[in-house]
Ligand binder design. Sequence first.
Ligand code: 2AL
Length: 244
Amino acid sequence: MVLNPNTSHGMTASIGRAAQAVAGPATEILAVQPEFGPVSIEGFYDEAIAAAGVAARVRASDAQDIQGLALACFGDPGLDAAREALTCPVLGIAEAAFHAASMVSSGFSIVTTMTRTCVIAEHLVVKYGFERQCRGIHGTDVPVLALEAAGNGLQAQLFAACQEALEKDRSDAIVLGCAGMAPLCEALQQRLGVPVIDGVAAAVKLLEALHGLGLKTSKRCNYARPLEKTYLGWAAPLGWPRRA
Ligand code: 2AL
């Protein structure tokens, strides 16, 4: 399952296509989104509401059928919550992209959307322990939803931002800082001549690898199932465990 934490149907479809393009023959991709929440995630407030949408969507899924979950927003909203709720492997696209980039370069630059989202990426770099490999985070002030209509002008702008990032940071690879950038990945990689990592593709392939290794999320302690309790108000149906 590839879960787009924002509620843009166009972006969910685009993310689904990016996932399908790299999926192995035995993998069935299910691209979904929350029923409520922001159409794009460009700050902490958006992210807080989106994380609740992610939790609700995960809660509503048939956990038996999901072999792996990719959270397809670069802030990885609700990642730890989804890991608690499910037993299958769960990866965020930022997390997956950092791991992939660190294996094919000595250091990478992140090129993302709005400058105000750089701090979110910065927090994740620290959380996941990639401070040494991440050489810089660059905002382009391209709004997330503008990526849906990405024409040549936008590609040229992102190409220039990637080139500048590589030079300024003395880095060897680019991590694309938004799920909406997935369709531009191949062209950017060809033009730049360095590895360009789209987290959606990286998460799908890493999930396939974890599945192949027979690995699931540990339920021993820190990602144990959410405790049974009452949730009030609009969140009442979201309490754990699942009621019939
Ligand atoms: C994102 C993303 O991947 N999806 C979204 O709505 N916002 N990331 C970002 N840096 O803007």
